[in-house]
Structures are given as structure tokens and as C-alpha cells.
Design a protein around this ligand. Structure first.
Ligand SMILES: CSC[C@H]1O[C@H](OP(=O)(O)O)[C@H](O)[C@@H]1O
Ligand SMILES: Nc1ncnc2[nH]cnc12
Length: 291
């Protein structure tokens, strides 16, 4: 049974969390390489919290070069059990204008140039991604938004593109035909790796633009994204503050199965496992591999 510790992965425009006490930026080493930055450890109203700026402080690292494995592994080593991703996204629907917060519940992963699993030759595992977002954490975010007086749309499909260039209009229209709601570049393989590491994962997507499909709006620019993010920074901060106390209330493992996702996922026979691969997975899968 894991003690609940909230980890926040801050996306574009979110490079720090204010209002924390007992703060310390601490380097956490990972066998998968360098995380995006040091981790910020702190407390919010007596509740422990760990923060990681996804692109590093100062936004140094593009989506395709992020070391997603090191980021999730480092958060796991830091004791994090539930991850809330805060991400800027483009809107693929008229009714989701810039400024809307969406509690995403599905992803379509169109990325192709990233390492997507902690597992490899020498230790093979297949986890379920049918429900990529923890519904319990989604409930917590929804309730926290209500408590903080923030309107947030529950549910939505996030199309994850490779980037770093924004989409062509043909691509944007295709994703709209697929029924996707929002588009971004980072939440995959992050969500897949969080599942493999048996951590709850949920996303607060902050709509910053209409991508490039909308006849009445110019195509997205970084300038526009940053402008809308700054306008919404106070609401994002208030939402995080409201989430923290609710995460602390969990007792026992996540009822949605996030903390036991690997239970029946590892298929490589005990005598065929590569000890080098196994040793790197001490944090991610140590619970099962030490047996
Ligand atoms: C600065 S616009 C494009 C950039 O913003 C989003 O990042 P994040 O998900 O970390 O907020 C998007 O995915 C792109 O990486
Ligand atoms: N339109 C867009 N496409 C991809 N990522 C984004 N992040 C913010 N807006 C975006």
C-alpha cells in the first residue's frame, strides 16, 4: 500500500509552483538518464508535493527530446504515487475556446520518435492502456475545480503529435474528423510510462488556441500560447492548490488499479530475464521483481 504523494508535471508556462513551504530543488538520478530538471520538493498546507518542470526551467527541451523515462522514474524514486500533468493544448472543437480547462480522459498517440516503454529485450511487459487516465484522479480534479470555482470540462480526447512544428491544416482537419478534442505534443509516452510505473496519471489541459483549422482565427503561434497561459496562470495555481488536500485523503491502493497495473503484465520467464534490464527497473517494477 503506497502513501499518497502528489507529483505535478508542469508544461509550457508552468516552471515553478508558488505558495509551497519547506521547498528544496533536489537532483534525482535515474538509470534512464537525466530528468528534465531537478525536482522541487515542498509542502502545500502540510501536504507533501513534488514538482517537475517538463521542459526544464527556462523551457530548454523540446517535446521529442524530453527524457520521458527519466522523468517518470525520478518521480517514482521521489515517492510520487499520483501525477497531475498540466499541459497547454490547441482546441479541435468550436465549443472549447482558448481559456477552457479540459480534464482529458483519452489519448491518440501519433508520436513516432520517442522511447515509449521501460521494458525491453530481457524483460517484456504489456500493460493495459484502455483507460489511460486514472478516473479517481479525474474525479479529484473535477471536484477540486468545483471547489475553486473553476469551470473545467470533464472528458476529452487529446491527440499527441510529434512536433515540434505545429500541424498542417489537413492534419488538424483529420484529427477533428477523428473526433479529437485537443492537441498537444507531450502527454505520450508520459501517460504510458506512468501506467508502467504503476502511478495514477491525469491531465489538466489548458486550451490556448484553435490550432489552425478555425476559419475565424489565425493559425497558432507560440506568442498566442504564452499570452493565454499567462492570462490563466492564476486559475491553474488555484486548481493545483485545491487538488492537493484531496489527493492526501486516499487510503489503500488506487481502486482503479493504477498501483497494481503490472501485476499480470510481465511475460518474460524468470530464468530468461536480463539482470541488467531488471536492475534498472528497481523503482518502476521492484515491487514485483524482488519477489
Ligand atoms: C509552447 S506551445 C507547444 C508546446 O506546448 C505544449 O507543451 P506542454 O504539454 O508541456 O504544456 C505542447 O505539447 C508543446 O510542447
Ligand atoms: N495547437 C497546438 N498544437 C500542438 N501543441 C500545442 N500546444 C498548445 N497549442 C498547441
Amino acid at each position: 500500500m503506497s502513501k499518497p504523494v502528489l507529483g505535478i508535471i508542469g508544461g509550457s508556462g508552468v516552471y515553478d509552483i508558488d505558495g509551497l513551504t519547506n521547498t528544496q530543488w533536489r537532483r534525482v538520478d535515474s538509470p534512464f538518464g537525466q530528468p528534465s530538471d531537478d525536482l522541487l520538493f515542498g509542502e502545500l498546507n502540510g501536504q507533501q508535493l513534488v514538482f517537475l518542470p517538463r521542459h526544464g526551467r527556462g523551457h530548454r527541451i523540446p517535446p521529442s527530446e524530453l527524457n520521458y523515462r527519466a522523468n517518470i522514474d525520478a518521480l517514482k524514486r521521489a515517492g510520487v504515487t499520483e501525477i497531475v500533468s498540466v499541459s497547454a493544448v490547441g482546441s479541435l472543437k468550436e465549443e472549447l475556446p482558448p481559456g477552457t480547462f479540459v480534464i482529458v480522459d483519452q489519448f491518440i498517440d501519433r508520436t513516432f520518435a520517442r522511447t515509449k516503454s521501460f521494458f525491453e529485450t530481457g524483460l517484456v511487459a504489456h500493460v493495459s492502456m484502455a483507460h489511460p487516465v486514472c478516473g479517481r484522479l479525474g474525479d479529484i480534479i473535477e471536484q477540486a475545480a468545483k471547489d475553486a470555482g473553476i469551470v473545467a470540462v470533464r472528458g476529452g480526447t487529446y491527440l499527441v503529435m510529434e512536433g515540434p512544428q505545429f500541424s498542417t491544416q489537413a492534419e488538424s482537419n483529420l484529427y477533428r474528423q477523428w473526433g479529437c478534442d485537443v492537441i498537444g505534443m507531450t502527454n505520450m509516452p508520459e501517460a504510458k510510462l506512468a501506467r508502467e510505473a504503476e502511478m495514477c496519471y491525469a491531465t489538466v489541459a489548458m486550451v490556448t488556441d484553435y490550432d489552425c483549422w478555425h476559419p475565424d482565427h489565425d493559425a497558432v503561434t507560440v506568442e498566442q500560447v504564452v499570452k493565454v497561459l499567462l492570462e490563466n496562470a492564476d486559475r491553474a495555481r488555484a486548481l493545483v492548490k485545491a487538488i492537493v488536500p484531496q489527493v492526501g485523503g486516499r487510503s489503500g491502493n488506487c481502486a482503479k488499479g493504477c498501483h497494481t497495473a503490472l501485476e499480470h503484465a510481465i511475460i518474460t520467464h524468470g530464468d530468461k530475464r536480463d539482470p541488467n534490464v531488471v536492475s534498472k527497473l528497481d523503482a518502476v517494477a521492484g515491487r514485483l521483481l524482488k519477489r
